[in-house]
Design a protein around this ligand. Structure first.
Ligand code: SAM
Length: 326
């Protein structure tokens, strides 16, 4: 077998790269307060080795790559990485997840280097609430989004983690903001990933609640979206806005999971919510050939877990989200 098909018959076509586990924000549900366990530069694999691994995945059937983290834009060699991954013949979709704090400076270069789509995390339009959630400033993020719009990314998706007694009341404002700016809006349920994710459990809101409240305000119909992934989309009738619902908790989508994740240290994580992994760095250091590394990847894919256990085992602390690549 030369393609990535796991033991449940799922075809793996999508690789998410946690290009760094570090971030310039501190969302309380993502990175634990005072966290010190970030990887050191000497633990990372080189850019060329990282690109080599992506190429091997692409030769095994991966065609979609997303750079995430941590915050990808704090990695100084990101434009180089984008150019090199974008030049791989079998990668036809290269995208980025960012908090947009530095997007204004980087948007143009990234667009020119081959990133076609960006997802931006934005949980609130209120600077005080933004600071409470992230410990950072909202203004550069809003500026970054405006620059991204002019740089020509299509679509620009806003990811909003909805949380009770924090930003739930802003759902309507976010809809208006996305309508005005022609962004796509996606709501996400909090997941108990890592120690920080556990802390957010009491803020959890089932997205069914949001959907019902939006249906009272708008007439909506099911919509299709390119690269929709696990999100289910609705469209406001008569408007351009599409709204996605990502429901890992209330309606998991593990049976259609088509992705694995690769950290900056060369660790292949087979599931966001489980510990199963393969360390690829030692294989590179031992000088294994492309075919030998591909065989190791193919074997590891057979161990991809059937599903996460966020509901049945919510206290299971896996890793810090930024290490796996949210
Ligand atoms: N820094 C980039 C960004 O902000 O998009 C990429 C990494 S960030 C970890 C990716 C996404 O994971 C963000 O949309 C963030 O809100 C989400 N996320 C992090 N921890 C989460 C949690 N416990 N539950 C749900 N979503 C989470």
């Amino acid at each position: 077998m030369s393609q990535l098909i796991d033991s449940f018959g799922r075809k793996i076509e999508y690789l998410r790269l946690s290009v760094t586990d570090r971030c310039d924000l501190r969302c309380f549900y993502c990175i634990p307060k005072g966290f010190k366990g970030f990887t050191e530069p000497e633990d990372r694999i080189s850019l060329d080795d990282y690109v080599r691994l992506v190429r091997l995945f692409s030769e095994l059937g991966v065609s979609k790559v997303r750079m995430t983290g941590g915050e990808p834009l704090i990695r100084p060699d990101l434009p180089d990485m984008v150019r090199k991954i974008g030049a791989l013949p079998k990668i036809d979709d290269l995208s980025l997840s960012t908090n947009a704090t530095r997007l204004a400076q980087h948007a143009k270069v990234l667009r020119e280097s081959g990133v076609s789509r960006v997802n931006v995390s934005l949980d609130t339009l209120n600077p005080d609430v933004f600071r409470e959630i992230t410990q950072g400033d909202l203004e550069p993020v809003l500026q970054g989004l405006q620059v991204a719009k002019t740089a020509g990314f299509r679509p620009i998706k806003i990811n909003m983690v909805v949380m009770r007694d924090l930003n739930l009341h802003e759902v309507g404002d976010m809809v208006d903001y996305c309508l005005e700016n022609r962004f796509t809006l996606r709501f996400i349920e909090t997941m108990p990933v890592g120690e920080a994710g556990q802390k957010a459990k009491d803020r959890y809101v089932s997205l069914d609640e949001i959907k019902k409240s939006l249906e009272q305000r708008f007439e909506m119909e099911p919509a299709k979206m390119k690269g929709a992934g696990p999100a289910k989309y609705l469209k406001i009738i008569g408007q351009r806005l599409k709204i996605g619902f990502i429901t890992p908790m209330s309606q998991h989508f593990c049976e259609t999971c088509n992705r694995v994740r690769l950290s900056s240290e060369g660790t292949l994580y087979l599931c966001l919510g489980q510990s199963d992994k393969l360390e690829l760095r030692p294989l590179i250091q031992q000088g294994l050939s492309d075919d030998e590394i591909k065989s190791a990847i193919l074997e590891a894919i057979q161990n991809k877990p059937e599903k996460h256990e966020f509901n049945s085992n919510p206290s299971q602390v896996v890793r810090v989200m930024s290490m796996t690549g949210g």
